[in-house]
Design a protein around this ligand. Sequence first.
Ligand code: AMP
Ligand code: ZN
Length: 133
Amino acid sequence: MEDCIFCKIINNEIPSYKIYEDDDVLAFLDISQVTKGHTLVIPKKHAKNLYEIASEDLIKVHQVVQELTCELTEKFNAQGVNIINNNHEAAGQTVFHYHVHIIPRYDENDQLTLKFGSDSKIDPQLVFNEFNK
Ligand code: AMP
Ligand code: ZN
């Protein structure tokens, strides 16, 4: 897609640190490293987000996510990993070409903060009922 920055990376129109490539999937280092080894894995076929990506591409991307997670963990001696995928602006997506963040973790005080709060006003029973309406 013409104006897509990740399509430009695929087509070598802008530089990147590619660490994996096959016919369908590309992985490169995020320009802004949250932690050492922060990597983005993308399908070569442009899809905006999880809602739009073809399931066969989704599977291929996530197979590479697993392989690279193991490789990055071993090479950089990470203690864990967070796999993050943002969809739509409300969820923090800024580049609208499907991508998965692999963020190796070294300790709790590194540059990634993830906080799962709890909204006591939301009753899971009511959510369940609404889902099954
Ligand atoms: P998201 O907020 O999930 O859409 O993440 C987009 C990510 O793309 C951010 O972490 C950016 O740092 C990263 N990014 C943007 N431009 C580039 C680029 N040219 N090369 C590598 N990573 C990039
Ligand atoms: Zn694209």
